[in-house]
Design a protein around this ligand. Structure first.
Ligand SMILES: [Cu+2]
Length: 149
C-alpha cells in the first residue's frame, strides 16, 4: 500500500519539471506496403500552456530514424527540407498535414498495416518528453490533392 503511494509520488516528481502541455490530435502514420522502408506521420499539436514548447527530437520505435520535414514547392515541384525543431507557441497550434510539415520515418523494416498503433515519443528542449500512440492509416484524401506527402 505505502509502496504504491511512494511509487506514484516518484512518478509525479519525475514528470513535473517542465511538464509540457501538448495535446496531440488528428495523428496518423501512413500505412506501408511490403518493401517500403519510408513513410510519414502527421498530427496536430496544441499547446495549452503559457510557454512555447520546442520539440527537438522525435523517436518512433518502428523506424530506425525519424526526421522533422517540411514540404514546399520549388520550381513548380514538390520538395522537402529537414527542420531542426518544431516550436508550438504558447496557446497555439501546429498542424503537420500532407503537403506541409510532417515527420519522416526511415528504416521501417516491417509493413505498417491499417489498424495498428505506433508509439511516438516527442523530446522537448526542456528535457521533458511525452509519449503518444498514432493509428496507422492508408492514404487520406486532403483538400490540396497532394499525394506525395
Ligand atoms: Cu519528408
Amino acid at each position: 500500500m505505502y509502496k504504491i503511494v511512494a511509487i506514484k509520488l516518484l512518478f509525479c516528481l519525475i514528470a513535473m519539471p517542465g511538464l509540457a502541455d501538448i495535446l496531440l490530435d488528428h495523428g496518423f502514420v501512413r500505412a506501408t506496403p511490403p518493401g517500403q522502408k519510408m513513410t510519414a506521420a502527421y498530427m496536430c499539436l496544441t499547446n495549452s500552456g503559457a510557454e512555447d514548447v520546442v520539440i527537438e527530437g522525435v523517436s518512433i520505435k518502428i523506424a530506425a530514424r525519424t526526421e522533422i520535414h517540411e514540404s514546399y514547392v520549388r520550381d513548380g515541384m514538390m520538395a522537402m527540407r529537414q527542420l531542426p525543431l518544431i516550436t508550438v507557441p504558447a496557446g497555439g497550434r501546429v498542424e503537420l498535414v500532407p503537403g506541409g510539415m510532417h515527420m519522416m520515418l526511415f528504416g521501417v523494416t516491417n509493413p505498417l498495416n491499417e489498424g495498428e498503433e505506433v508509439n511516438i515519443v516527442l523530446q522537448y528542449k526542456n528535457a521533458a518528453s511525452q509519449q503518444f500512440y498514432l493509428p496507422v492509416q492508408r492514404q487520406r484524401m486532403t483538400s490540396n490533392h497532394n499525394t506525395y506527402h
